[in-house]
Design a protein around this ligand. Sequence first.
Ligand SMILES: Cc1cc2nc3c(=O)[nH]c(=O)nc-3n(C[C@H](O)[C@H](O)[C@H](O)COP(=O)(O)O)c2cc1C
Length: 303
Amino acid sequence: MVDLSVKLGNLVLSNPILTASGTFGSGEEFAGFIDLNKLGGIVTKAVTREPRIGNPYPRIAETLAGMLNSIGLANPGVEKFITQKLPFLHSLKTKVIVNVAAKTIDDFAHVIRRIESSGGVDGYELNVSCPNVKEGGIAFGTDPRITGKITAAVRKITAKCLIVKLTPNVTSISTIARAAESEGADALSVMNTLVGMAVDIHSRRPKLSTITGGLSGPAVKPVAIARVYEVVNAVQIPVIGIGGIMGLEDVLEFLITGASAIQVGTANFINPAISEELAANLENYCLSHHIKTLQDIIGNLQT
Ligand SMILES: Cc1cc2nc3c(=O)[nH]c(=O)nc-3n(C[C@H](O)[C@H](O)[C@H](O)COP(=O)(O)O)c2cc1C
């Protein structure tokens, strides 16, 4: 038998394969494709205080090795999330992490307080990549002071696993990582999308209505690996690797670099069963290589 379990703070995942926010709905949408209980966990689409219709179309553009998106956090808001999505999530055995986005620290706190008082989930992932309206529109996650403040505010509300999802669009991701760690984050997700842009040469217009958007998919993997490497060497808490994972070799690359778990994003749009397949493939890999625990792989990078 192989022990694929990993710990994020006090949260134990049966295996390190999670789905990435915004690419897996709230899980229920994928229930017809895979056995959700075979995953280490599900990370939901961002939940905000109020409903959001998101950005105008077009808000997706394919690129050579990935995609650009500017969905704009479209979601029904926390009250509908509680009545329409939470009952299904409560019926699952797999771990459920709710991705939360907000424009103010108060709104982050409100969303988590409402979910906690409705039965809660296993953990929360703070999407700090959005603009903070009270601090002049600068993204929370580009400023260590604000990242620290929001982590501290939410930490007071929940004892559940608290994950801060870092943006790569900064000069020093390790400075932001340390700020989240020192204010009580249990784990860090690395990374959100990279700012990107594409132009239609016929209309000479940007391909996205918002002009720029977030780049994801295989194109970003080497950037993500470098960011994970930087963050695991800066903090003591576990890091969840995200960016361009398409197959087992990618999963192993992140684990060897030091990620304790990984999230699968864009790949879900190509193969909705990929996350379950990766969990099975990882187990088979460990069996065939006589690896009994993932601690033999995680952080085993030879430099
Ligand atoms: C269509 C789309 C929607 C996304 N929505 C969210 C979101 O709501 N919250 C969030 O934190 N990240 C969101 N992301 C970022 C992903 O969770 C992930 O960090 C990123 O796509 C990199 O992983 P990948 O290359 O495997 O896709 C979204 C990504 C895509 C492609």
